[in-house]
Design a protein around this ligand. Structure first.
Ligand code: ADP
Ligand code: MG
Length: 433
């Protein structure tokens, strides 16, 4: 049978995506293909992926191929070698991923504010809250919300132009444009839109040239009353290393945070997924997963999929024993992280924009001394290190200095909910991998 072109391949993939919904990225995010006579060979990076996809999605794939090509091929599966060329290409018109919608975003206490903000921006872009800045840790739904705004906008008016870009992609494209002398095209692409979604802006830290371009892109859009949405892992004023004028702009609209989901939200997300995908997992298993995986929704969904995959591969019903067995690896791995003063210094250094050397130095200005006290407090809290050892790890200080730091931070936490939040988040990051 004849070869197919990239366009046809993309249509087959969209057909599969439409059919299987939210799991698409997880299983097909890195699929490749080749055609050998009557064989349609799908290639995946791991054996595990192959056996699961073959078992669960063969029918969907065959249908998709038939719907698009009107040919019946024999389906084959192979390991994807590094240099295979025919991997997925993202649609680069607006980069909006259609399956991330408001409809399938579960709202709970931890994300209701960000969700409400995103929704009202979707309803009246460019007017109320511009820019909208959403921040929170990884895997909590920031990217999902961004795409949801884009999809909502397109649904309301297909003539509008949303554009999603990660900060990395923005960087790469600009570098490429400078190299090829195509900056005007680059500018046209990002300045001629109704909605610009810029994901993970913290990647622009330390990249001055890119920041400069972003600043101008921002201004043009803003002046034309076009909506801008930006995400990051921290609030604007904590993005040390980003130009002040950008921080000011980013903080000039509405700032919304997403926090780690509480147990009710985690259960609701798993139930929703379970129902959507028809996995048929029982509530006691869902509760078990939700109780054990508490910091990241990506991991939460991953755990559910892993259990389903395991059950499919072994043809066994899912029960608590199996869930326990499958999640053991995930949970063990977490326990293995070694928390020592270096790990704590790393996180505190990043959080407060001071260097490790400064944390270990004798310097006393507040912007260094305070993060140092926080780091000592966290060492006391999260490790078994003795007071003298902690003192030694912070530039050979006396143990009374450590006691003083611990007491000071304890008192401050009681008075300042923001500080309490920051330290809780730090503690969580230090403990998770
Ligand atoms: P982030 O961008 O904050 O790192 P993502 O938006 O990529 O996180 O979310 C990670 C995964 O969790 C995605 O598959 C997303 O669809 C899912 N997810 C996150 N929050 C929710 C939610 N509230 N309801 C349903 N799915 C969610
Ligand atoms: Mg993201």
């Amino acid at each position: 049978m004849s070869k197919i072109n990239q366009e046809t391949w993309k249509r087959i993939l969209s057909e599969i995506e439409r059919d299987i919904g939210t799991n698409y990225d997880f299983w097909f995010g890195n699929v490749g293909y080749s055609i050998e006579q009557d064989d349609f060979v799908l290639k995946f990076p791991t054996e595990h992926q192959i056996s699961f996809v073959e078992k669960r999605y063969s029918d969907n794939i065959e249908n998709a191929i038939f719907n698009v090509t009107a040919n019946k091929y024999n389906l084959k599966f192979e390991i994807l070698e590094e240099d295979t060329v025919n991997t997925v290409e993202k649609d680069d018109i607006n980069n909006i991923i259609s399956r991330y919608t408001f409809d399938n975003f579960v709202v709970g206490k931890s994300n209701e504010f960000a969700h409400a903000a995103a929704f009202s921006v979707g309803e009246s872009p460019g007017s109320l809250y511009n820019p909208l800045f959403i921040y929170g840790n990884s895997g909590l739904g920031k990217t999902h919300l961004m795409h949801a705004i884009g999809n909502y906008m397109l649904e309301e008016d297909p003539n509008l132009r949303p554009m999603y870009v990660s900060s990395e992609q923005f960087t790469n494209e600009l570098v490429e444009a400078l190299r090829k002398d195509t900056t005007p095209e680059f500018r046209k692409k990002y300045r001629n839109v109704d909605l610009l979604l810029v994901d993970d802006i913290q990647f622009l830290i330390g990249k001055e040239g890119i920041q400069e371009e972003f600043f101008h892109t921002f201004n043009v859009l803003y002046q034309n009353e076009k909506q801008i949405v930006v995400t990051s892992d921290k609030p604007p004023k904590e993005l040390k290393g980003l130009e002040t004028r950008i921080i000011t702009r980013l903080g000039g609209g509405l700032i919304a945070d997403i926090m780690t989901p509480d147990i009710e939200t985690r259960i609701a997300i798993l139930r929703n997924k379970n129902e959507q995908e028809g996995f048929g997992i029982t509530d006691n298993i869902i509760d078990y997963i939700a109780e054990n995986i508490d910091s990241n929704i990506r991991e939460l969904e991953g755990a559910l999929l892993k259990i389903v995959a395991y059950s499919n591969l072994t043809s066994r019903e899912v029960d608590l024993d199996m869930a326990h067995h499958v999640l053991k690896d995930v949970l063990e791995q977490r326990k293995k992280i070694k928390i020592d003063s270096n790990r704590i210094k790393n996180f505190v250094s990043y959080q407060y924009g001071v260097s490790i050397e400064e944390l270990e130095s004798k310097k006393r200005p507040k912007n260094i001394a305070y993060p140092r006290q926080i780091a000592m407090y966290l060492c006391r809290d999260l490790t078994d290190l003795s007071l003298p050892k902690i003192g030694a790890d912070f530039g050979g200080r006396d143990h009374t200095t450590v006691i003083h730091a611990v007491e000071k931070i304890e008192t401050d936490i009681k008075k300042d909910p923001n500080l309490k939040n920051t330290i809780n988040e730090l503690r969580r990051k230090i403990k998770s991998n």
